[in-house]
Design a protein around this ligand. Structure first.
Ligand SMILES: NC(=O)C1=CN([C@@H]2O[C@H](COP(=O)(O)OP(=O)(O)OC[C@H]3O[C@@H](n4cnc5c(N)ncnc54)[C@H](OP(=O)(O)O)[C@@H]3O)[C@@H](O)[C@H]2O)[C@@H](O)CC1
Ligand SMILES: [K+]
Length: 514
């Protein structure tokens, strides 16, 4: 699914109004109506108090439309206008009048703390204060209102985006954003929902279709994409009946050091579980016995050194190399990696200490083959690109870094993000059960295994991180968050593949009332 920038959202609104020959008030009516339908379907007329807090722009206008429909359908509604500015938008004013006509009463204005109404945890708060139009820091008294909402512990539903959240930068002050339980976002989610610094303000979101021009939605190129099943499914490569193990490539995992041979074992197993035909592990001598006994499907090549990789020489011709898991940063290994990178032309996935070695010797970056995949977690990324101001700045710096060296950078996190050719691909699968040792090694193996089968760097990364997260999502159903371990992610890869083609369960017939 595409994630539109703020400018693209405004352009989509403008174009829709023009092409569909409607007014902006009509579009706002649709937006407000879609909010109402969503709520009405769930509340079914329940008399729960609904407090609608509106700003003075179009986000507030959406809130006013919602409030009007709630009132006309008999809900228990109170509407407030958060008066943070004198400049009202036209569509706000139009709907302000319409609400007045309906209720015969003006909404209550809030100018400062003394106007904050009583809110209990039985109420529902509708947050329609700021939308994507937020362009400067929020006034202190309005931030206090956000905090007041949080203290009330009422169910909080944000319209389009939690108020206080910018579309292109992180808020400077902690708590300067409404803590939403649910966001009803128009047409597409916003990038801030998925970034580590701002996703803490988001629990759940849903995109509401407000009929933005389909052609515009389809043809507009966006910088960011969120990857769901429908996005990765077209990447899947069907198997030919006459294929054999040579068809699916040969992955070579180079890594391991004394005490960290397990990382190679996990990555190598994941190479095969992702579907590669063959896997070889290249490890220090101490890795030979454990690998050969615990993982009979792998071939093993050993370094002359017992504990660390000291030279990278092999006579096989792998399709792809995954390098770095458990490799350590021993001086010998650093030298071996340098010599190897200066001559290697095989497609490469670089992870863990492989990245840390390169961070200390950045001259090596120019030797990476085009489309090399780097899979850093945030600390490893910082060692590569330096510090950043906020998530948005981090993504800009990563884009520039990836472009400079013509590589792909996969930033690992709760929502892993692949950065490639100035675009962002955000994974939607995965859960906190993955916060356990070895899951990164498995991811390296999965991506290596997909590259071996002929997936492009971008496909292998997107499909790989999706499958890896999906596998964990399926595994937690029986393992729980605490007990899930990296090996489970390999085991459940099979289910993640099968899930791609699973038919949705038929909806059970509703019993009819006599
Ligand atoms: N376009 C359409 O047709 C549709 C739009 N839709 C809805 O519109 C929303 C965007 O609406 P919006 O552009 O009016 O901005 P909104 O977020 O309501 O902010 C209001 C204004 O506040 C101002 N301001 C900014 N920061 C400030 C601050 N810190 N403190 C004080 N003031 C500040 C700034 O104005 P300024 O003062 O800069 O002139 C800004 O314009 C969008 O999220 C969606 O909900 C839907 O109905 C679908 C159809
Ligand atoms: K909002």
């Amino acid at each position: 699914m595409k994630i539109f920038s703020k400018e693209q959202i405004y352009e989509g609104d403008r174009l829709t109004i023009k092409k569909q020959n409607i007014s902006s008030a009509d579009l706002m009516e649709r937006a407000g109506m879609s909010l109402f339908n969503w709520l009405d379907l769930r509340l079914k007329g329940a008399p729960v108090p609904i407090l609608v807090f509106c700003g003075i722009g179009n986000n507030g206008g959406d809130g006013l439309v919602l409030a009007r429909h709630l009132v006309t359908h008999g809900y228990n509604v109170k509407t407030f206008v958060v008066d943070f500015s004198d400049t009202r938008s036209q569509d706000f004013l139009h709907n302000y009048e319409r609400l007045k006509e309906t209720t015969k009463d003006w909404p209550v204005s809030i100018h400062d703390e003394s106007d904050f109404p009583e809110i209990t945890n039985k109420d529902i708060i509708i947050d329609a204060i700021f939308g994507v139009g937020l362009n400067r820091p929020v006034a202190d008294w309005v931030i206090n209102l956000f905090k007041y909402f949080k203290r009330a512990e009422a169910l909080t539903i944000s319209v389009d985006i939690p108020s206080g959240l910018f579309t292109d930068r992180s808020p400077k002050q902690e708590g300067a954003v409404v803590k939403s339980n649910f966001i009803l976002s128009f047409q597409t989610p916003k990038l801030a929902f998925f970034l580590p610094g701002t996703s803490k303000y988001i629990e759940q979101w849903e995109a509401l279709d407000i009929g933005i021009d389909q052609e515009y939605m389809q043809n507009t190129e966006t910088v960011a994409h969120i990857l769901g099943k429908l996005d990765v499914l077209p990447m899947y490569k069907q198997r030919d009946k006459f294929s054999h193990k040579g068809t699916f490539g040969h992955g070579l995992i180079i890594g391991g050091s004394y005490g960290k041979i397990g990382a190679v074992q996990l990555a190598s197993r994941a190479v095969l579980a992702a579907g590669a035909g063959l896997v070889t592990a290249y490890v220090p001598t101490c890795g030979y016995v454990p690998l050969q006994s615990a993982f009979p499907e792998a071939m093993v090549i050993t370094d002359a050194d017992d504990k660390h990789i000291s030279a990278i020489n092999f006579e096989i011709t792998p399709t792809v190399i995954g390098l770095g898991v458990g490799i350590g940063t021993d001086k010998k290994t650093g030298d071996a990696l340098e010599a190897f990178l200066k001559t290697n032309t095989t497609p490469l996935v670089l992870d863990a200490d492989g990245l840390n070695i390169i961070s200390k010797n950045k001259n090596l970056l120019v030797h990476l083959p085009a489309d090399t995949i780097l899979t850093p977690h945030p600390k490893e990324l910082e060692r590569l690109i330096g510090v950043w101001e906020d998530d948005f700045d981090k993504l800009e710096k990563t884009k520039a870094f990836a472009e400079k060296y013509k590589i792909l950078v996969l930033i690992k996190g709760a929502n892993s993000i692949a950065v490639y050719q100035n675009k962002l691909y955000i994974n939607s699968t995965g859960n906190p059960g993955l916060a356990t040792g070895g899951t990164g090694d498995v991811l390296t193996g999965v991506i290596t295994g997909l590259l071996a089968q002929g997936y492009s760097a971008l496909e292998a990364t997107c499909f790989g991180m999706y499958l890896h997260g999906k596998s964990a999502d399926l595994a937690v159903e029986t393992k729980g968050y605490q007990s899930l371990i990296a090996s489970d992610v390999i085991t459940y890869l099979a289910d993640a593949y099968l899930d791609l083609f699973a038919q949705p369960a038929p909806v059970a017939e509703q019993p009819t009332q006599a």
